[in-house]
Design a protein around this ligand. Sequence first.
Ligand SMILES: NC(=O)c1ccc[n+]([C@@H]2O[C@H](COP(=O)([O-])OP(=O)(O)OC[C@H]3O[C@@H](n4cnc5c(N)ncnc54)[C@H](OP(=O)(O)O)[C@@H]3O)[C@@H](O)[C@H]2O)c1
Length: 262
Amino acid sequence: MSNVLITGTTSGIGKAFAEKFAQKGHNLILVSRNAEKLQAQQSYLQTHFDVNVKIVACDLSAENAIMEIQNKLNEWQIAVDILINNAGFNECGAFVDTDLTKELEMINLHISFATKLVKSLLPNMIKNHYGRILNVGSTGSYIASPTDAVYSATKAYILSFSNALCGELTKTGVKVTTLCPGATKTEFAQKANIQNSPLFKFAVMKPEKVVKKAYPKLMKGKRLVIPGVYNKMLVLCSKILPVRLLNKITIRMMKNKPIKTK
Ligand SMILES: NC(=O)c1ccc[n+]([C@@H]2O[C@H](COP(=O)([O-])OP(=O)(O)OC[C@H]3O[C@@H](n4cnc5c(N)ncnc54)[C@H](OP(=O)(O)O)[C@@H]3O)[C@@H](O)[C@H]2O)c1
């Protein structure tokens, strides 16, 4: 069975991916920030499924994160066959007001770290004539989003980078998939304080459903997964509507309404 490395597995979409791959009998390398949660996840998955689970606890936005992972993989002598580049977060608000430190952390995580991880694992996949890479983008990969400017720009990078790699890697046995979910019921919205925005009130998908859609397409080597009809429509709209109108719609969708109290 394959060795699957997944980032950001302690909640949401990454957690659902970890369970799906464990159900299918793949061995796992789980990489997240919270050591306690990772240990609990390792123990749960190894008890409930017949798989080997290794864990690496580190902050993936830190400069040395890639070295820590490479060192662990070398120590364990594990070659990764499938990579799920999932860890991510959001920092919303008017760009003039948002926290630059968080935004730079986001750029490090979504762009620099994700790129370094692919760079590090790809040569071995090519040598083995087999590899699957799934990079988690967003419907925001298609829509430059006012009040979410840096996030949507990082997700646009993910889509562009992944599509370009697809073109380079034909006939190598390595396939690259971009997963572009829309609003998904995870910890993501709450962490970014947008849980009460219209975006998270309508057509919100469960992470397990997102992964159920993504898993078979990833294994078949499909280039793109946009889970859910509503998200497909959003992406279609982004291609036909003028930017000025898209900007107006996006601002309304992102606006966090205060919770009503009696
Ligand atoms: N939920 C949505 O509506 C939605 C929509 C489109 C795209 N996405 C994308 O889906 C991916 C997964 O998000 P999610 O919705 O599942 O959110 P989530 O429930 O918050 O899970 C994110 C995971 O990434 C980890 N993570 C964040 N920053 C990290 C760092 N610096 N180092 C190590 N691990 C880190 C989190 O760990 P901690 O708990 O320790 O932070 C957590 O395990 C992200 O790339 C996100 O951009 C989500």
